[in-house]
Design a protein around this ligand. Structure first.
Ligand code: PLP
Length: 456
């Protein structure tokens, strides 16, 4: 029996919807928390209360939760050409314009763009392109893919196999064969006693090399990484990490795919996370802030090497047999293109850099709070570690549900937080102002204080 009135949205939700990342049994009791509308960095719940969205939804609502201008572009595009596809040589101008724009702003030279609807589809497509490429150049045995433990790369069958989170594989017989996971480069949690950050990065690169050698370098097709690990808990790469990792990849001729689904379009204080951390990938997947999350659209950028392999396969096989009905949707492409124009007009990357010190300082100041073990961030992304003991870095026992308590207290103070295990991952809308960052930090501090009091 539900405690909600029959025909209330809550009761209808319980009776009809399946929610991702939700305990399905518990949801029958708790029901949903319904979001009625959004404006700027706030969303409004069903009692009309405004909450600061500390995670921009799912790391994506870069411009906040509504836009007249993007709504107008969607409307006008839909009236002109409500749908068309890119199959069999067909095209549409919004898709052409968007592909051109993405190539012009890519962090390393890229040759072509494939459009899809989601980050998962982008990573699934990139997995197939790795296989397609190595087949094209006569090395079909280079099929295995390496990503990192605790990484999140999506929920498609291939992208979830890249994902390094056991809960996404449980009861599914996943990951698929040939999807391997190397060490989680989380310095705060996984360092050895006395190990410097640079030494830790060296050990991570050695672990990668050992995995490659154990599997046979001739069988490894590509390595996958986000510049900052979002779903891993907003974990920044340790000092020198990507330099060392990329040296290993070059040594064994392994392709590098950068997942910019979260980091792309300003999040780390540059247009791309690759620029912030010196990544030189062969392919880039991006989504989310590409359209300010206002339309479902993603992209895979491929470099000349991959593109030449694809062309060679067309010479052999004919048409490139891969695609999605809504890939290159003119409405989504037009909204994405307008989003990128808005970013330029408002100087979004400069804005992120301007507010970054306030973000790092305001949240960094909470390191002195008894519940906070660490905070690290860059641009407008950061992770805060919740600990029971600052010295030993011990976590609270799960039965105390400290993340759940902090989350509930934060909501009472008007703040929506995103927890990844015992970490709070911050990624507010990129348009957040200094004053709003200070308010976010104030509400968080109040929630931490309440929780510390509850824990006695
Ligand atoms: N890659 C990363 C880094 C992500 O964070 C996500 C989603 O959060 C995805 C891929 C999957 O994107 P989507 O949910 O649009 O399929």
């Amino acid at each position: 029996m539900t405690r909600f009135a029959a025909n209330s949205p809550h009761a209808r939700d319980i009776a009809s919807l399946v929610h991702p990342a939700t305990n399905l049994r518990r949801h029958l009791e708790t029901g949903p928390s319904i979001v009625q509308r959004g404006e700027g960095i706030h969303v409004y719940d069903d009692s009309g209360r405004a909450l600061i969205e500390g995670a921009a939804g799912l790391w994506c609502a870069s411009l906040g939760f509504g836009s007249e201008r993007l709504a107008r572009v969607a409307y006008e595009t839909m009236r002109n050409l409500g749908y068309y596809h890119l199959y069999r040589h067909a095209s549409n101008e919004p898709s052409i314009d968007l592909a051109e724009k993405l190539l012009s702003i890519a962090p390393v030279p890229m040759a072509r763009v494939l459009l899809q609807c989601s980050g998962s589809e982008a990573n699934d497509t990139a997995v197939k392109l790795v296989w397609y490429y190595w087949n094209a150049v006569g090395r079909p045995e280079k099929r295995k893919l390496i990503s990192r433990k605790q990484a999140y790369h999506g929920s498609g069958c291939a992208s979830v196999s890249l994902t390094g989170k056991p809960e996404f594989h449980a009861a599914l017989g996943l990951p698929l064969p040939g999807f391997l996971h190397t060490e989680f480069p989380h310095y705060y949690r996984n360092r050895l006693d006395g190990e410097t950050e640079a030494q830790f990065s060296g050990r991570m690169a050695e672990a990668l090399e050992a995995l490659i050698l154990a599997e046979g370098p001739e069988t490894i097709g590509a390595f996958w990484a986000e510049p900052v690990m979002g779903g891993g808990g907003a974990v920044l790469p340790p000092e020198g990490y990507f330099e060392k990792i990329q040296a290993v990849l070059r040594k064994y001729d392994i392709l590098f795919v950068a997942d910019e689904v979260i980091c792309g379009f300003g999040r780390t204080g540059n247009m791309w996370g690759c620029q912030t951390f010196g990544l030189e990938p062969d392919m880039i997947t991006c989504a989310k802030a590409l359209s300010a999350a206002m339309q479902p659209i993603s992209a895979v950028l491929v470099n000349e090497r991959i593109w030449q392999g694809m062309l060679a396969q067309s010479d052999r096989l004919g048409p490139f047999a891969h695609g999605y009905t809504y890939a290159g949707h003119p409405v989504a492409a037009a909204v994405a293109l307008e989003t990128l124009r808005i970013y330029e007009e408002i100087g979004l990357v400069d804005h992120v850099r301007a507010v970054e010190p306030v973000f790092l300082e305001a949240l960094g100041a909470l390191r002195s709070h008894p519940l906070v073990g660490d905070f690290r961030g860059c641009g407008l992304i950061g992770g805060m570690e919740i600990v029971s003991d600052k010295e030993t870095r011990a976590m609270f026992p799960p039965e105390l549900d400290v993340p759940g308590r902090i989350d509930a207290n934060a909501r009472r103070h008007g703040l929506i937080l995103r927890f990844v295990g015992n970490r709070i991952a911050f990624s507010p809308p990129l348009v957040i102002t200094e004053a709003q960052i200070l308010e976010l930090a104030r509400r968080l501090a109040a929630a931490l204080d309440d929780t510390a009091r509850e824990l006695g």
